[in-house]
Design a protein around this ligand. Structure first.
Ligand code: NAI
Ligand code: CS2
Length: 495
């Protein structure tokens, strides 16, 4: 029996179901990107506020690219779904009731999405659309006008396909119709995610009409946020475990995550906001130190483990953590090479690193190294390269960071340490395959991949120490494999 309002009371009693009147909750936020993460993060903060603080802030959920089935399932389930927090074998499940509506351009038409965004009651448009959704160039932070969706939206602005195109078109219509604007809030893992969002939207608007760009700059805010909760993509194994929690009720939208969650938000909203602080979020004037900390310590070590772990045959992050060499390397990377680059004050960074290691060890999470390894051309800058640049400027050591970059290059080269083919998932996969094909499996591979100027800036590529280190690690990975290379490096470094 598929989950719905009518059978909510048939869920096992251990599951926390909405205790408030769902009719009191209004669509005041529209979220773009109803993927795994949003379901277990922003939606849970809203759920806590509705159930414990009489909040009426609810969501209209939209998937712009893919995810039609999730939107259909959500509608079929009266917008209800379950989130299972898992720590090892311990599970805590709650049903989310704050979603009020759901739309998809492929199902309802893009006009239906735009019209919903014109409602004056929509005060916040938030998003988790992966780094790809912003159509930007990591090395510069600027919009990529060569992106096919952006080119389409400049030709046909009234039927947008890209996130920047959709937001610009909607804001244009709100301006023309005298409707006050909404706040645009990115919840993606990018450095200064609010600034990147603002940059791409203003660049798009400026191409269309400089007056509109000025109006947006004067009237819309783009708060940056630091978001954290590990929410792996669903696996068949996790789906079976979730089903065992739900008894006879079937939930096609359910998701599993870790118990930990964190949200730091720049307090800059033009049309009001939920009282997220009552649900444990931190509202601050400057998010950058928090973002840097999380992106470099957590995501940086995640990418290290993803590339080096995948090469060695580890399918999941918690498998990497069972290998003491990988655990030591991840900790060393965090404490000795990422922490010194950070500007955050009053945080015990070794303690933060230890907490991250424990989170990575969670055996309840089936977090694929392959999932984290994807889209490397949009992840490496904020996770690894920015820190490397700081070390080069300071003359400090960055061996593990360089090994992670070499690990990405080895991974992109397409064969793991057992010579099994790797399926590369990256928006620049074709370009990467060309660069690999044009080079030999030696120093020239590194040189070839470093020519990717949307990722590697000239300052890095021209730095002999950087290129030498990455090249040496690349050759070691080729000759000795990932595990041996990590063990050798660990022997040179004591904690
Ligand atoms: P997912 O794969 O489950 O969902 C991706 C979402 O992005 C889908 O809703 C899809 O419609 C949308 N999307 C993909 N490409 C797009 C494009 N070009 N334009 C517009 N929308 C697009 O991924 P998940 O787990 O929800 O993660 C999404 C993002 O959330 C991550 O990339 C990251 O930035 C952020 N995040 C994820 C965490 C996690 O543990 N899953 C934790 C912290 C942040
Ligand atoms: C991961 C992140 O997929 C990835 O690249 O590093 O999604 C990570 O799980 C989250 O940022 C944790 O908050």
């Amino acid at each position: 029996m598929q989950l719905s309002t009518n059978n909510l009371n048939q869920l096992p009693k251990s599951i926390k179901v909405p205790s408030y009147d769902r009719n009191q909750v209004k669509t005041r936020m529209l979220h773009l990107g109803f993927g795994a993460f949003h379901r277990a993060h922003q939606a849970i903060f809203a759920e806590i506020l509705a159930s414990e603080h009489q909040s009426d802030w609810g969501f209209c959920e939209v998937n712009l690219v893919g995810g039609e089935q999730q939107i259909n399932d959500l509608i079929a389930q009266d917008y209800l779904y379950n989130v299972c927090e898992m720590q090892g074998d311990n599970w805590q499940t709650r049903t989310v009731g704050v979603v009020k509506e759901a739309l998809h351009p492929e199902i309802h038409g893009i006009d239906a999405v735009i019209n919903r965004m014109l409602d004056p009651n929509i005060a916040i448009v938030s998003m988790t659309v992966t780094e790809k959704g912003y159509c930007y160039v990591p090395a510069t932070g600027s919009i990529d006008f060569e992106n096919a969706a952006i080119a389409h939206d400049l030709q046909s602005p009234e039927i947008p396909k890209s996130l920047p195109g959709l937001i610009v078109e909607t804001l244009k219509r709100r301006k023309e119709q005298g409707i006050a604007p909404f706040t645009v809030m990115s919840c993606d893992n990018m450095p200064e995610n609010g600034h990147i969002t603002k940059n791409v939207i203003l660049a798009m608007a400026n191409k269309r009409d400089p007056e509109l760009a000025k109006w947006i700059a004067d009237n819309v805010t783009f708060p940056s946020t630091m978001v954290d909760r590990i929410v792996p993509a669903m696996t068949p194994e996790t789906a079976v475990k979730i089903q065992s929690q739900l008894g006879q009720i079937v939930d096609n939208v359910a998701i599993a995550c870790e118990p930990f969650k964190q949200w730091v938000i720049e307090d800059n909203f033009v049309a009001g906001r939920p009282e997220w602080e009552k649900a444990g979020a931190q509202l601050v004037s400057n998010v950058i130190p928090f973002e840097e900390m999380k992106l470099r310590m957590l995501n940086g070590s995640h990418s290290f483990l993803a590339y080096l772990g995948y090469l060695a045959g580890y399918q999941y992050i918690n498998e990497c953590m069972q290998d003491s060499a990988y655990e030591k390397a991840a900790y060393y990377l965090m404490v000795n090479e990422q922490a010194p680059t950070l500007s955050i004050k009053n945080v015990d960074l070794p303690q933060y690193a230890n907490a991250l290691i424990e989170r990575f060890k969670n055996t309840g999470l089936k977090h694929r190294t392959w999932q984290i390894a994807m889209d490397g051309t949009l992840k490496l800058s904020q996770r690894l390269l920015d820190s490397i640049q700081i070390h080069l400027n300071n003359g400090s050591s960055f061996d593990y960071l360089a090994l992670a970059v070499a690990g990405w290059m080895r991974y992109i080269s397409g064969k793991d340490d057992n010579q099994a083919q790797i399926q590369i998932s990256d928006p620049l996969a074709t370009k990467l395959a060309e660069l690999v094909a044009q080079s030999e499996d030696d120093e020239s591979r590194v040189t070839s991949l470093l020519s990717l100027d949307s990722l590697f800036c000239a300052e890095l590529v021209n730095n002999a120490l950087f290129t030498e280190k990455v090249t040496n690690f690349y050759l070691s990975l080729r000759d000795n494999g990932a595990k041996k290379t990590i063990e050798t490096l660990n022997n040179l470094h004591s904690l």
